[in-house]
Write a protein that binds this ligand. Structure first.
Ligand code: GBH
Length: 470
């Protein structure tokens, strides 16, 4: 018998997890049904001018009622895993008191349906929908909120932990702290750099307390994770001022999370850079031990890189396509620039190398820690042709480029175990409302009709074959 030639490795490793992601407030709607109480996004979206066109998540894409259809869509695509978030104000309305049976039942049915279709559920506990009552009591700058989060985590794990084996405490706590309390572009819309830093610490404390609560309720084999929107920071030049700007933003975007979570300390340069704002006395004895409890993987959300340069005058307007005032505490003397390249409908530059750089850096900084790309994707205008088909060639090109970057990083030894595309469905894009579409499935927001785009067919082929077609 002739020996078979060794297979040529052009694709992704066997066992690679192929998924897509959503978040509760962005898709569920049914804001006042099943015992759900308002979250900070229900309140914030009613503040005039906060969300484009005055849009709210009241109805969103009505997933709360259409989950069965959405499950069928996922099954048709051949999705391996589905990353979604649980709504705290459904599971524990008001953030305190008894669990809400109707809320738990909704996720029960969803998870059972996923498992029936052979789709692995990956649950995030917090994707930005804090119960309004907890904001009224001070929100994330209030330490007590972290303890309430741990109680909610325990309730969710007790009920769903027999069927969900991968749990994420937080999605992008940077956004909750720095957009929620720093520049106020996200709910609850507060603007104070000290509140933002205090919120940041309490979000991490909640991550640690939540991790402990999950471990206490879940089977030993369950995986606990955290998803960060780490920045691929690039200095504009290698002039010392630009390099220092990059060090400072790397501190405030990346090391302010990675050092406490994985090494049990805050970075000394970040403490120094923010010393004129706060003495960090909100960090109590024992907090860093809590925050650095071991976790099983790290989730990375990546969209576009962050290019910075020195701004000696301290007056440069931001040019990087993001909304609002600067969210960064202590960023005087730093200017933000767009990367080269084409732009998505968000005006975010397309640059897949940033994802590669980030994954390779994490390979080196956190040796052996499994990595998951928990979000990556792009908003574009879709072209609907008269037959009703929806064409999105730019999205296919974006995904192909970024999946290529993931594959290169894996070849270079980065332990990337899976990829979750953002997003399964067009949905409520936070401060942009329904004006931006990230889905691989088009949603007509009036009729709620779902139509898979060309990118959905392309991604289905990738998932089926584990290869990137031309
Ligand atoms: C993700 O966050 C969310 O998890 C998801 O819900 C959302 O729909 C998706 O991305 C698409 O937006 O210039 O300093 O103000 C968004 C990631 C990170 C993008 C922070 C905007 C602003 C950086 N965001 N970024 S800044």
């Amino acid at each position: 018998v002739e020996a078979l030639p060794a297979p040529v490795r052009t694709g992704f490793p066997p066992g690679f997890v192929w998924g897509a992601a959503t978040a509760a407030y962005q898709i569920e709607g049914a804001a006042a049904e099943g015992g759900r109480t308002p979250s900070i996004w229900d309140t914030f979206s009613r503040v005039p001018g906060a969300v484009r066109n005055g849009d709210t998540g009241d109805i969103a894409v009505d997933h709360y009622h259409r989950w069965r259809d959405d499950l069928a869509l996922m099954a048709d695509l051949g999705l391996g895993a589905y990353r979604f978030s649980l709504a705290w104000p459904r599971i524990r309305p008001g953030g305190r008191g008894p669990a809400n049976e109707a809320g738990l039942e909704f996720y029960d049915r969803l998870v059972d349906g996923l498992l029936e279709h052979g789709i692995t559920p990956v649950a995030t506990l917090y994707h930005w929908d804090l119960p309004q009552e907890l904001e009224d009591a001070g929100g994330w700058p209030e330490r007590d909120t972290a303890y309430r989060f741990a109680e909610y985590a325990a309730i969710a794990a007790r009920r769903l932990g027999d069927r969900i084996s991968t749990w994420t405490t937080f999605n992008e706590p940077w956004c909750s702290a720095f957009l929620g309390y720093g520049n106020g572009v996200h709910a609850p819309g507060r603007k104070d750099p000290v509140d933002a830093l205090t919120a940041h610490h309490h979000l991490l404390l909640a991550h640690g307390l939540g991790t402990a609560a999950l471990r206490a309720e879940l089977p030993a084999a369950a995986q606990v994770s955290l998803t960060l929107n780490l920045a691929a920071v690039r200095p504009l030049t290698d002039a010392p001022g630009d390099l220092d700007a990059a060090r400072r933003i790397d501190g405030l975007a990346n090391r302010i999370f990675l050092d406490p979570v994985f090494h049990g300390r805050y970075p000394a340069d970040v403490l120094a850079d923010t010393a004129h704002l706060t003495d960090w006395s909100f960090v109590h004895d024992g907090d860093l031990a809590e925050i650095s409890r071991p976790i099983d993987s790290l989730g990375i959300n990546y969209y576009t890189p962050t290019v910075v340069a020195a701004d000696p005058t301290g007056t440069a307007p931001r040019q990087d396509g993001h909304q609002g005032d600067s969210p960064w505490p202590a960023d005087r003397g730093i200017r933000f620039l767009p990367a080269e390249g084409s732009r998505t409908a968000m005006d975010w530059p397309v640059d897949a190398d940033g994802l590669y750089e980030l994954l390779v850096r994490l390979r080196d900084d956190l040796p052996g820690l499994p990595l998951l790309v928990t979000e990556n994707g792009a908003a574009y205008e879709d072209y609907c042709d008269p037959s009703g088909d929806v064409h999105d060639p730019e999205r296919v090109a974006y995904l192909r480029g970024h999946l290529g970057a993931v594959r290169r990083a894996i070849e270079e030894g980065a332990p990337v175990k899976g990829y979750f595309l953002w997003s399964l469905l067009d949905n409520f894009e936070w401060a942009y409302g329904y004006s931006k579409r990230f889905g691989i499935v088009h949603v007509d927001f009036a009729s709620q009709r779902r139509t898979p785009k060309d990118s959905a067919r392309w991604y289905a082929q990738v998932m089926r074959t584990g290869e990137l077609p031309d």
